[in-house]
Design a protein around this ligand. Sequence first.
Ligand SMILES: [Zn+2]
Length: 436
Amino acid sequence: MADTLFTNVRILDGTGATPPYSGSVLVSGNRIRQVGRNTASIAPGNAQVIDAAGATLMPGMTEAHTHFSWNDAPNLAAIQTMPLEEHVLWSAKVAKNYLNAGFTSCLGAACAKPRLDVVIRNAINAGQIPGPRYLAAGQEITVPGGLGDEMPPHLPFPDYSFGQVVNNADDMRRVVRMFLKYGVDSVKINLSGDNFVPGADAKTTWMTDAEVAAAAEEVKMRGKRIIVHARSCASIKQALRHGIHLIYHASFTDEEALDMLEAAKDKVFVAPGIGILWALLWEAEKWGIDHAKAVSMGYEEEWAAACQSLRAMHKRGVRVMPGGDYGFAFNPHLQNARDLELFVKHLGFTPMEAIRSCTLYGGQVMMQPNELGLIKEGYLADLMLLDGDPLANLAILRDPKRILAVMKDGVFAKAPTFASQRSWDRGWGNGAERAA
Ligand SMILES: [Zn+2]
């Protein structure tokens, strides 16, 4: 593996504490060897030198709530009915695209068939296919009639179901053990309903404590992580009561739920998937959900509640992370970084706090807090090079033309092609959005 020296970069280190500064970064093997505060401070030795002409170098981003196997279809049944062979190829393609888009780490939040995530993770780790660092999940585990039970009443075949449907604590134990046998990193259970599901809306909480306890016990025994779909207030409290610390959505809270989240803030991560609420409210008309329908489905109420809840969590120091539920027709893959913009516009984040939530917190949620998510000597070399200043314009994080290069583990996934990409008139990093 050739060493790489980035010179003349604007370093955004990902801590959220340090303003960007000019300098050089030397990558040796798969790690960041040296970070220099001025551009001539590091001797290149044998390294390949990338003169970045003022472009921004920041840590690769983390997506905390990823579904590679969601196939950009408009509903769960259309995701589920994709044949297995096509589904594997689809998931591999999405994994590659996420990496090229700057997501060097992704945390699987459920897949559509039992082993899809595990197979993709293993193929990435074996070097068979390109993709981010990946923590694999199983299917969503749900109860009859809940989110993920797509089985038509007259066709009682489990393969029609998006998730695995369990009916009591023993049943839960059986399914959780099956996913653990398959090698998942995380077991996903659906504690609350969802406005997408007629009769099981986002404020419902249908899984029993006995079922949740059985799942939590099995997962803990094998040293893995349990992750939950929890939109309702009761489901957030249920998760915390059972020691579950990666919570998806967390839309509806009360004072007690916020106090519980705050009390556990050193362990808890919340990845709300805020983008899909926005998309359903304002951008789903083409797929039969116009604004009036979205309101009648409860999305206006949930959006307002989620903004209030997530703002409060952020103020109380709970780690709220971008990403989530991309992979529907109305919320397609690769727009994931839009969440950072929504965090700033609607949740009270500064741009720096939004970036910190997918860099510093990213390393933490991937369970590699001391070596992943920052530009820091000794850390893993997961980096992205940007044409412009994301603090002045977060939208460049989802513009493939502005993502000049992506490196994972010291190797370019997307190599810089300077001659063709450089805007010679202004030079990188001198674009209109450059902060004064
Ligand atoms: Zn999800």
